[in-house]
Design a protein around this ligand. Sequence first.
Ligand code: C2O
Ligand code: CU
Ligand code: CU
Length: 463
Amino acid sequence: MKAMKTQQFLRLALVAATFTLVSCEKEWNESSASYSQNQNLRTAPARNPLFIPPALAANGVTLTAAPGTTTLGSGSVTTSWEYNGTLPGPTLTADAGTNVSVLFRNDLPEPCITHWHGLVVSHNNDGHPADAVAPGGTYSYNFPIIQRAGLYWYHPHTEMLTGKQVFLGLAGGFVVRDAEEYALNLPGGGYEVPLVLRDATLDKSGNIKYQPSAGGMFGKIPLVNGTINPYLDVDRAVYRFRILNGSNSRVMNISLTNNVPFILIGNDGGLLPSSSNQTTLLMSNGERVDVLIDFRAMASGTRIMLKDLNASWDLLEFRVGSNQVSYGGSLSTTSAIQPLGAPVTTRTFTFDAMSKINGKEYDMNRIDWTVPLGQTEKWVFIANGNGPHPVHIHGASFQVLSRTGGRGQLFPWEAGWKDTVLLEDGETVSVLVRFDAYRGIYLMHCHKLEHEDMGMMANFEVL
Ligand code: C2O
Ligand code: CU
Ligand code: CU
């Protein structure tokens, strides 16, 4: 019985690898000299135009998960799994106060369910693994948007298959807008660009290959919006980038070359109490940042690289053109955020080994604790080795109170409202949380998806 979920997971992963591998054993980047992502080659790789997923109002839409193909922006065709035929899937949009209705269709050869990461919705709309639908089945979502503007996202949440399904390509952004944000006149249209960062591994035929270990799935190349070696032509203008780390396991430390700062205005749960200039932003799996980049004073022809300093990867090249565009919106922002106040109860959670919370692996049918609706609580997360563990809570956003041990501090992108917080080895992170909206069963888990699939997840119930 020991580590049963872990063994099951690795067995499933092996099946997954066989499925996507077909018959190829060697990987593209090991076997093909022309493979352009090899950062060690001295010649700069040919770059491909950044794919921008289509925006789609999340009202009365069908979202179909199915096997598909993509070129990843380069010449050759890759098989992947896609929402509505693109990788990433369409960027869903909705205004606060409006209703979302989405019909999810599962055209995959295995069960699947879709979860709205960061959105506060009722249990029936949350995409709990128990709600997974069989191949050919559908699931109908209907919920109001009852939270602030921000970049949220959607992805499968299938029991023991989340990592595989996300890695093969199933993920997309979900942008919520509200009156507070509209009033800031931030860059919009072509000047507001979602950036879904992730890694991938391709087999010899160029197909995405999921081959995790218990320690996680670390892809060998970066993708931005599903594009290999992307570039984006930009005007001499202010841009807004909505950035998600959609990798299964890889933590990224993003930065811009030429000493260009990010103007950090928001994170998981929308606008920060105040914006600030940042040279690096550390993003674990599932975390988001909202940044402005001011290209107005740059010479035409300037090239700026968005990098991941952790892997020394070039993620996205900005190519500044000659078109000068004035900007009348905000360059610094503030937002009044009500602190959650004194907690009534404190709960402690240890993240143990690679598959347990407080010593237990996930059981879909077990509820590990109950929380009174409307009660402010302090939840304390303790890393017990095998970090990093990005801790994510469903059903509410939270406020990060403190980090002791390890890095021993909070960072500017951890202010305001969060739904995922990075817990590194040696660290204790405390958050305040209050479930205001719905009673029902919700999840807390490590967002390193291989840890989640092995059981580092728990059900709790809001009563
Ligand atoms: Cu982004 Cu429970 O997940
Ligand atoms: Cu979530
Ligand atoms: Cu973990």
